[in-house]
Ligand binder design. Structure first.
Ligand code: CA
Length: 228
């Protein structure tokens, strides 16, 4: 399935140009000419990514980003005509993922869209081992090394660090980090995992008090034992 984009732009000619180009690039493209319409479409069509003009009639780009973020984690690229840095910073802080300053080439827009879609596909598609600055972060082992020394983090601290380091430069709201760290919505599934593990141990003859195969890592989950 091709990614679904929503382009929000009040200048008709520009909207048409962008839409034509992105359709030609193989995307599915929806459009809106104001913020209110954009929110309605974002709700009903669940686009993968929104290209959002910052200067819109009725609702400002800021309001549109805030309201989209309440309903969706889709990618948001804001398009600003101003060279004013503060606009971009505000936009990124409230949940936009990237920005383009007018005038921009359609080719650049398309490549930014592809880059952001790749980034949004999430850490599961990426390397399990992150090397950032002097840190090595192993998602697989839930371990962090700084200059080769292991740093002891709580599970929540680890998940926050991993979430941030997986996408350098990307701004996460406190709420996004909280969701990444706690993943409340998966709690039900986590409990059913405990019974799968119990059954697996029983079938493998693994002693839960001193498991040879599947070890419990408190606060994180489980790992397969390493034989030295
Ligand atoms: Ca505009």
């Amino acid at each position: 399935m091709q990614p679904k984009l929503l382009v929000v732009e009040d200048e008709t000619r520009m909207l048409e140009e962008i839409q034509t180009y992105l359709l030609h690039e193989g995307f599915r493209v929806l459009n809106a000419s104001n913020g209110k319409e954009a929110l309605t479409i974002a709700r009903s069509e669940r686009p993968d990514l929104v290209v959002l003009d910052w200067m819109l009639p009725e609702k400002s780009g800021i309001d549109v980003v805030r309201e989209i973020r309440q309903i969706s984690n889709c990618g948001i690229i804001m398009v600003t005509a101003r060279s004013d840095e503060s606009d971009k910073i505000v936009g990124l802080e409230i949940g936009a993922d990237d920005y383009l300053t007018k005038p921009f080439s359609l080719r650049e827009l398309s490549s930014r869209i592809r880059a952001l879609l790749r980034r949004l596909r999430g850490p599961e598609d990426r390397l399990m081992l992150l090397e950032r600055d002097n840190l090595i972060i192993s998602e697989a082992k839930c371990q962090v090394f700084q200059d080769g020394q292991e740093i002891q983090l709580t599970p929540t601290e680890f998940k926050i660090l991993y979430t941030l380091a997986a996408r350098p430069g990307m701004v996460f709201s406190r709420l996004q980090l909280l969701k990444a760290a706690l993943a409340d919505e998966y709690m039900g599934y986590e409990r059913t995992m405990d019974s799968h593990i119990r059954n697996l141990r029983r079938k493998l003859g693994d002693d839960p008090a001193n498991p040879r195969y599947i070890q419990t890592v408190y606060g994180f989950g489980y790992r397969f034992g390493e034989q030295s």
